[in-house]
Write a protein that binds this ligand. Structure first.
Ligand SMILES: [Zn+2]
Length: 373
């Protein structure tokens, strides 16, 4: 059954969430507002200590609501933080039904759209007196800074086996079932300082050695499922000194974890060869930020999503994303999750926008999912 989604209430909650400044690690006001909204819906709510652990002012919000349809709960997730510039957001509703910011900040539909759609989807079903499953929600902090909030969440609390993460751009009705590994690296090349005019031959040029390595590293698409990028390079102290040190920071992303590791090895070798040629030394630190996943097309979480889309006349398209989300942490914790579009566009920019019909579709999709047996 399709309950009545209240456009007025949905847009009002969306605007209330947008009005709150909640850049990463400053989610206090958003957490308080959402706790109140969840209590109104009948959820029991627990806030964890993620704020203390990460240096923020709020924890992840976990909520549970008892349902009437038997079976494990379904987990719905959307993150509470926004990217910068996200303070004092002033949303504008245009005549064509599209929300934007005033151009000086992001809109914050990422991820207020997901939050508002989850709340209205559940509320509409409750108000219509329709049966629904047990529902768990997780609203993490610090998603935008390498999914750190959900990274410190205690997943032993979660009973759901399926997660729906409302945190993807594009039309409601599509879902990402595959996401990459991401390994970041930091290479420090150590040469020897010397006066550039009087005794250049006594120096070892760390920047030149790094440059020699970098020309042997593909930038951009490295193979059909992998990208490499050296993102910053810093080094040297003055124009008349042979630079002693050069630091290069970058990342490798791949749908194959093995390939990501292989490219890290190739990068390591490029620096090793260049360092040797120049008489420099180097060290390379790496960090596994994300681990690739692929949810099978016939997994229950996918079938349920596609059934719900079909009932609402939405496409139910499955695709890949090359970005990270809290879903990486859910998969790591053994929860079969997919990332679903909540209608936002041009996220992480001041052009960010979303339309009222897309918000309505997102809420309807949540309402449909929680009624699925
Ligand atoms: Zn997001």
């Amino acid at each position: 059954m399709i309950p009545t989604i209240s456009q007025e209430r949905l847009t009002q909650v969306f605007l209330e969430l947008i009005a709150v400044s909640s850049e990463s690690l400053d989610e206090r006001k958003a957490a308080d507002l959402l706790t109140q909204k969840l209590h109104e819906l009948g959820f029991s709510v627990v806030e964890d200590k993620a704020g203390e652990k990460l240096g923020g002012n709020a924890g992840n919000l976990y909520g549970f609501l008892k349902g009437t349809i038997p079976g494990e709960p379904l987990l719905f997730s959307a993150h509470m933080d926004t990217v910068k510039p996200g303070r004092n957001k002033k949303p504008i509703l245009h005549e064509d039904g599209i929300f934007t910011s005033d151009g000086t900040t992001v809109l914050g539909a990422d991820d207020a759209a997901g939050l508002a759609e989850i709340l209205e989807g559940i509320r509409s079903v409750r108000e219509s007196g329709l049966p629904h499953r047990d529902i768990e929600i997780l609203f993490p902090v610090a998603e935008e800074i390498y999914i750190q909030g959900s990274g410190v969440f205690d997943f032993s609390r979660i009973r759901a086996k399926e997660a729906y993460v409302l945190d993807m751009s594009g039309e409601v009705g599509s879902a990402a079932v595959r996401a990459p590994s991401l390994i970041s690296f930091r290479v420090t090349v150590n040469g020897r300082a010397s006066h550039a005019g009087f005794a250049p031959e006594k120096g070892v040029h760390a920047i030149a050695a790094a440059a020699e390595a970098i020309v042997h590293i593909p930038q951009g698409q490295a193979d059909e499922e992998t990208t490499c990028n050296i993102g910053t390079i810093t080094g040297g102290t003055a124009k008349n000194i042979v630079p002693e040190q050069c630091v290069c920071i970058g990342e490798v992303r791949s749908f194959s974890h093995e390939k990501a590791l292989q490219w890290i090895e190739i990068i390591n070798r490029a620096f090793a060869d260049a360092a040797e040629r120049f008489g420099a030394s180097f060290e390379m630190e790496t960090q596994e930020v994300l681990r690739t996943y692929r949810v099978p097309d016939n997994a229950p979480v996918v079938s349920r999503f596609q059934r719900a889309c079909a009932a609402l006349g939405l496409s139910g398209t499955l695709r890949s994303t090359f970005g990270g989300s809290d879903n990486h942490n859910y998969l790591n914790a053994g929860i079969s999750g997919i990332v679903i579009s909540c209608g936002m566009q041009c996220v992480h920019s001041t052009e960010e926008n979303i339309s009222i019909p897309e918000l309505m579709n997102g809420a309807a999709l949540v309402a449909q999912l929680i009624q699925d047996e």
